[in-house]
Design a protein around this ligand. Structure first.
Ligand code: ADP
Ligand code: MG
Length: 396
């Protein structure tokens, strides 16, 4: 893998794809610029080299071409403040004006193209659009890991017009290196901790990991499908009855492959789905009718602490309980602390998934994990064993 660190982009016009799909409030103020900050190292490197940058980004999901509501204008303004220099921005779509603006760029200039999804061809991976974009610059850098699972014109197809001048940005490079470390050559024992609300959304991940891990910890709401399939009483806990056979099949395959699997043994249950519900701790397979499991209990946290501390590699996706409600966040917090302590002792731990990452950030433990993925959907698809078009386009 070539790193942009080893290359000077002096005098080049760099086409840079980023993920600037940031949340905004009703006045179009950016409420969280994390995604923009994550691509700053790449942007700063290019500016330090003396490159001109043409940034491509998407914003929301436009349906029919140009839509002023989904303009990148607020992002252009914010980006300019972040880098302390003007950002050239035109609401014009590709055409003479944009071509002329790109042609006139000098070293240190930054230009942001309007929302790339205003072109219907973008999400279809249109080759003509990719070619048109490619003519604006001399080389292509992809730093949009959050969109790496999409085969769009600006995230993947465009790379074929730069066979010798296509690179990962620093954010993408870091994601790819960490994902490879995790899945291609993990130090053992390798433990996966998979949770969340639904088995159905994690089938691909569970199946792909079966062949790779030594231990599988199944937590969150989805474990109740397993527990019910094993004959346990789960009360009103979340369950997908039509996935019980699959749960049994997965456990059979884990036995066959010698993968040790762990289901938490105690549950914190509630009589309704709220922070002030009545609660009790019960064995996980003895949840009374009318009660619902919301989190793992302390006995389980202790058991998982031991599994976690004995692991050299950890992948964690999916909270242990309904962490959004403070009364049911303790199990997720305990796991996060155990993983952080393991990392301090040399374990490599990766955390991924939109809610899981939100949970470790909420707990202020994100910087104690070896690696927290920035791409929700992209990371999950990678864990399912799929090839991500945005990665493949640069690698081949
Ligand atoms: P990620 O986004 O990290 O992949 P998921 O989307 O799969 O995670 O799952 C997160 C959701 O799972 C959270 O909204 C959380 O409230 C829910 N959840 C966890 N445990 C339970 C439970 N016992 N009952 C109901 N929902 C749960
Ligand atoms: Mg989620």
């Amino acid at each position: 893998m070539k790193s942009i660190n080893d290359i000077s982009f002096a005098g080049k016009k760099v086409l840079l794809r980023v993920d600037f799909n940031v949340p905004v409030d009703e006045h179009k103020n950016i409420t969280d610029d994390t995604r923009m900050r994550e691509s700053m190292p790449t942007i700063k490197k290019l500016l330090a080299d003396g490159a001109a940058i043409i940034i491509m980004a998407h914003f929301g999901r436009p349906k029919n071409g140009f839509d002023p509501e989904l303009s990148l204008a607020p992002v252009a303004k914010h980006l300019s403040e972040m880098i302390g220099r003007p950002v050239l921005f035109t609401q014009d779509l590709l055409g003479d004006k944009v071509t002329a603006m790109a042609a006139g760029l000098k070293a240190g200039d930054v230009m942001l193209l309007e929302n790339i999804r205003f072109y219907p061809g973008e999400t279809k991976g249109d080759v003509a659009l990719a070619e048109q974009l490619s003519k604006l610059g001399d080389c292509y850098i992809n730093d949009a890991f959050g969109a790496a699972h999409r085969e769009h014109s600006s995230t993947a197809v465009i790379a074929r017009f730069f066979p010798n001048d296509k690179y990962f940005g620093f954010l993408m490079e870091n994601e790819v290196r960490n994902l490879e470390k995790l899945m291609q050559n993990p130090q053992r024992p390798f433990t996966a901790i998979i949770g969340g609300s639904k088995v159905s959304s994690k089938i691909g991940i569970l199946e792909n990991l079966l062949d790779k891990v030594d231990n599988m910890v199944i937590i969150g709401g989805m474990r109740y499908t397993f527990t019910k399939a094993l004959g346990g009483k789960i009360g009103k806990s979340i369950c997908e009855d039509d996935k019980m056979d699959l749960a049994l099949e997965l456990m059979r395959r884990m036995d066959e492959k010698g993968v040790k699997y762990y289901l938490p043994t105690d549950s914190l249950i509630a009589d309704n789905f709220s922070n002030d519900a009545n609660t009790q701790l019960v064995p996980s397979n003895q949840v009374p009718d009318e009660w619902e499991s919301m989190d793992i209990g302390p006995e389980s946290s202790k058991m998982l602490d031991e599994v976690i501390k004995a692991s050299k590699t950890i992948l964690w996706n999916g909270p242990a309980g309904v962490f959004e409600i403070p009364a049911f966040s303790k199990g997720t917090q305990a796991i996060a602390k155990s993983v952080a302590e393991a990392c301090a002792n040399g374990t490599f731990a990766a955390v991924g998934g939109g809610d899981s990452v939100a949970a470790v950030k909420q707990l202020n433990l994100a910087d104690q994990m070896s690696y927290v993925s920035t791409g929700g959907g992209a990371m999950l698809e990678y864990l399912e064993g799929k090839t991500l078009p945005g990665i493949a386009a640069i690698m081949d």
